[in-house]
Write a protein of this length. Structure first.
Length: 372
């Protein structure tokens, strides 16, 4: 390697490392004009003193759903003072109290006390503050599927959507951001009829769209000439095949770090190859990180051996390790299936044909890379 190609101490390839973070919101948000218009239509009634349109924002992982909602919320905050837009990450806020605490903070500006306040009282404070300040509210639940197995989503939705029956001057709308259309069937009939959402679909990005988005990240995140067009094309191919834009963004970050750690002034073929070898599915990693300790114990048992498990035998192993009963085991099993970490297959054998096989959907090595 020539001396001019060596990166010296204190030098970096990254103009802005934040550009490659999952929470980064790009200034240029392309290829989602129709979806942004749909969100604007859902919010527009509030500008005419009417209720916002409840909306389901549907699409695969990494199709721009979260970014679109955050962008439209930023626009609202700049143009309408009497509409509170509250974004809730359901992976982080996965209890009823936590959800209402986040809404309380958005309205009042401070967190409520962590104890000594009932959920009913917290809800009353939220509604009273909305009425007192003459505010309306839109709550966006991101990855709402993470709530389905933890709390009573029906109660949260019912409380929010029925508020104007008691306070006719307060209007509340709900946005549900998710990747699974079956969510609607999780709601009770009386809640589903009130929710009655408008749907906005986020289709997967095309190859050219993925390339252009990654190119924007390269221009914003790296200094000039850090990565060649050919290597960006290779990362685009990997991203398109995975169906997850976050894979490409993560590969750029990993390859840049590898190149930098080796003192190179640019990303080489071997750096991209090493990044691909190290990269684990972003969606898999996020799903695993969101699990409780008991849930990690169970997925760890399933990932211990490359085989199909019988549910009864798996429960015996789980019970021996955790002491938890069958009801809890079954609840966790259903959640793992809902998160698409496992498949559950009924064999037609056993009592009433209810014997089940448990099949891991991912490679064992990928699970272990995530250090479950």
């Amino acid at each position: 390697m020539k001396i001019e190609n060596i990166l010296f101490a204190g030098e970096t390839l990254f103009k802005s490392l934040d550009v490659f973070d999952p929470d980064y919101i790009p200034p240029n948000y392309n290829f989602r004009e129709n979806q942004m218009e749909g969100l604007a239509i859902s919010i527009r009634p509030v500008f005419r003193n009417s209720r916002p349109i409840n909306t389901v924002i549907l699409g695969q992982c990494a199709t721009g759903k979260t970014t679109a909602v955050k962008k439209i919320f930023e626009m609202v905050k700049e143009n309408k003072d009497d509409l509170i837009c509250c974004y809730i990450n359901c992976q982080l806020h996965n209890t009823i109290y936590s959800v209402f605490s986040k809404i309380h903070k958005e309205i009042v500006g401070i967190e409520p006390p962590v104890s000594g306040l009932s959920i009913t009282r917290l809800y009353q404070i939220i509604v009273e503050q909305l009425k007192k300040k003459e505010l309306n509210l839109i709550v966006a639940f991101d990855d709402i599927n993470y709530l389905l197995h933890e709390v009573d989503v029906n109660k949260i939705f019912y409380d929010l959507l029925r508020v104007n029956e008691e306070y006719d001057s307060v209007e509340i709308g709900v946005f549900a951001i998710l990747s699974d259309i079956e969510f609607r069937f999780e709601l009770e009939k009386n809640v589903s009829s009130v929710f009655s959402p408008h749907e906005i679909l986020f289709p997967p990005y095309t190859y050219n769209e993925i390339h252009d988005i990654l190119l924007d990240r390269v221009k914003a995140g790296f200094y000039p000439n850090v990565i060649s067009n050919e290597l960006l094309g290779e990362i685009t191919n990997q991203t398109y095949e995975s169906g997850d834009l976050r894979v490409g963004i993560n590969l750029l970050k990993i390859a840049g770090n590898i190149a930098e750690s080796k003192g190179s002034r640019s990303i080489k073929d071997e750096h991209v190859d090493e990044a691909i070898a190290k990269n684990v599915s972003v969606s898999l990693k996020q799903s695993l990180e969101s699990l409780t300790e008991e849930e990690k114990e169970l997925i760890g048992l399933i990932a211990k051996e490359d085989k199909i498990f019988n549910a009864k035998d798996l429960f015996n192993d789980f019970n021996e390790k955790t002491g938890l009963k069958y009801h809890k085991f079954n609840t966790i099993l259903n959640k793992l299936e809902f998160l698409r970490l496992i498949d559950i297959k009924f064999t037609g054998k056993g009592t009433r044909g209810n014997s089940r096989q448990i099949i891991l959907r991912f490679n064992i090595d990928d699970i272990n890379k995530c250090q479950v």
